[in-house]
Design a protein around this ligand. Sequence first.
Ligand SMILES: [Ca+2]
Ligand SMILES: [Ca+2]
Ligand SMILES: [Ca+2]
Length: 290
Amino acid sequence: MDHCPENTHSRSTARCGLDSDRSLGIPIRLLALSGRFALFLLFVETSAVAAPLAVVNPGFEAQVHAPNSFTGLPLTGWLPYNDANVTGEFVGTLNATATTYFPSGAPEGANVAIAFMDAAGTADVEFGIEQTLAATLQPDTLYTLDVEVGNIASGTTGTIFYDLDGYNGYRIELRAGANVLAMDDDTLSIAEGTFGTSTVVFDSTGVDPGLIGSPLTIRLVHLNRIDPAFPGAHREIDFDDVRLDAVAAPSPVPLLGIGAALLLCAALSGVTLFASRRREMSAILPGSGF
Ligand SMILES: [Ca+2]
Ligand SMILES: [Ca+2]
Ligand SMILES: [Ca+2]
């Protein structure tokens, strides 16, 4: 600010719009304190560290099997979702090492979770896997769920060639009981044979109090849509490296504190300006009462 030149006492004074250090006197110390108070509150607000919440078998490595092989349910820690309403599905894990399915392998470890649907099986009905965590929904908490989502390419396992060309859609949900808190409904564009990172964020501030304490559930969904460019292909979406972090949500209290500090700056600025003008008037009009 050009009206706050060369001030070396406190960054906060620049925000106050005061003319110079000399015009400040005692108030600058108050301003410096108030500025530090605001900065302290900012520090408090931003220094909270996100803590990972426990997810069982988050990278699908619990079922150990050879490169370029599959294994089906059950998966440690995960349950099938909506499998009763589809036929032709295969849910399990793939060891993606040394495959054309994912030329770069799994994003984490060797395995990825697979939600496969035969080309002749049920189409356009979603299915997948889900896990209910030990963690429960807490108030005033910011949750961040990250999941690697894969669009598998075609390949061969043993003597069987799997045509997996095209893309069939996904959804990632963070749930509390029967309620969806937040989701990523197929927003990524994932190239064949690669993964993309889906991020779902939920701030529980102001949430229905009836939901607090409900177990958190992560649901990984294959939308199972036919890709019109590859209508004869099998349909599959894959998942890996599920991470859920929680951190205290930004509180309105520190923001009020910062606002109060800035208002104090403005008020003290006014007092100082008044005192300065009073001295000027006194010099111009001696004996005038200024
Ligand atoms: Ca993995
Ligand atoms: Ca089924
Ligand atoms: Ca594909």
